[in-house]
Design a binder for this molecule. Structure first.
Ligand code: NDP
Length: 285
């Protein structure tokens, strides 16, 4: 029997997930078939239900359906309940649709294990307060940074994330704060640079850079861009020029996929064994 999965999004033709999961199937010797499915907000729910009726075991969900996926679940795993969005749907034998969010776990594995950069004890700056930012805050707090600042163009969105997490057990005793992007120069002047800066804005997708101040990075800082592509982003180049170590979000993409695969298939692919092949896939895409 072949276990069938799909990734649902709009647009979806560019998704690397079928290639990544195909490789995971080979690595773990599981018979899996993984396809791409395009949806609209009107067709999304019917597509998920039809996928389940036709014997599929689960789906990944990507932009712009992660909140809609959260709303249709019969049950939520802890990761999805905290994130307020779902990127992994699991169809249980009892018929329930169970939602998970593996983005934050994938980001943590990439930063802490693959890049060997500590999150625990780091002065952490998260740029952006959209769906991706909100989805990773819980797992980042679990790693116990020294502080977490969320800076966003629209400060109210950053404040809403802070409010959502300030009573989370993992936020105790991590100081959490929100600010507008244009308040960053004053923050840096007052408190010094950050040890870890994660760009979760969508600006890299259009080749743009948020307005960032000099002095943003402490010595040895890592600048991590959640966006990924075959070449470095403007944010990565700007950060490297200011002495930071840099990384793009391809590792996060691979590791969140490995977390989803584990939820469905019960085994986590050894991603480091496939790293060379995965990079080839990215470069060829
Ligand atoms: P959203 O559309 O939900 O959020 C976009 C964010 O970017 C908001 O904080 C928004 O600020 C900010 N932004 C947009 N335009 C500007 C601008 N001109 N100036 C300043 N800030 C701006 O997107 P997502 O959160 O879903 O995705 C964010 C990024 O994360 C994307 O690059 C995406 O590809 C990446 N990603 C990577 C993953 C991976 O596995 N590597 C997984 C998920 C996402 P405002 O609130 O003010 O509008």
């Amino acid at each position: 029997m072949i276990n069938a999965y799909t990734v649902i999004g709009q647009p979806i033709a560019h998704s690397l997930s079928p290639l990544i999961h195909g490789l995971f199937g080979q690595l773990t010797q599981r018979r899996v078939r993984y396809t791409r499915t395009e949806a609209t907000s009107e067709t999304f729910e019917a597509i998920v239900r039809a996928w389940r009726e036709n014997g599929g075991l689960g789906c990944n969900v990507t932009m712009p359906f992660k909140e809609q996926a959260h709303a249709l679940c019969d049950r939520l795993g802890a990761s999805a309940a905290r994130a307020g969005s779902v990127n992994t749907l699991q169809f249980h034998r009892d018929g329930a649709i169970v939602g998970h969010n593996t983005d934050g776990a994938g980001l943590r594995v990439d930063i802490e294990r693959n890049l060997a950069h500590p999150i625990g004890g780091a002065r952490l700056l998260l740029l952006g307060a959209g769906g991706a930012a909100r989805g990773v805050v819980g797992p980042l707090l679990d790693a116990r940074p020294a502080s977490l600042t969320i800076a966003n163009r629209t400060v109210s969105r950053a404040q809403r994330i802070v409010q959502a997490f300030e009573h989370d057990p993992s936020a105790d005793p991590v100081p959490l704060s929100a600010c507008a992007l244009d308040e960053l120069p004053a923050r840096v002047a007052g408190r010094g640079g950050f040890d870890l800066v994660i760009n979760a804005t969508s600006l890299s997708l259009s080749g743009e850079l948020p307005a960032l101040p000099e002095g943003l990075f402490a010595d040895g800082a890592l600048a991590y861009d959640m966006a990924y592509g075959p070449s470095d982003t403007v944010f990565m180049n700007w950060s490297r020029e200011r002495g930071a170590r840099v990384a793009g979000g391809f590792g996060m993409l691979v590791e969140q996929a490995a977390e989803s695969f584990q939820i469905w298939e019960g085994v986590r692919p050894k991603t480091h064994k496939a790293w060379g092949r995965l990079q080839e896939l990215l470069n060829a895409a």
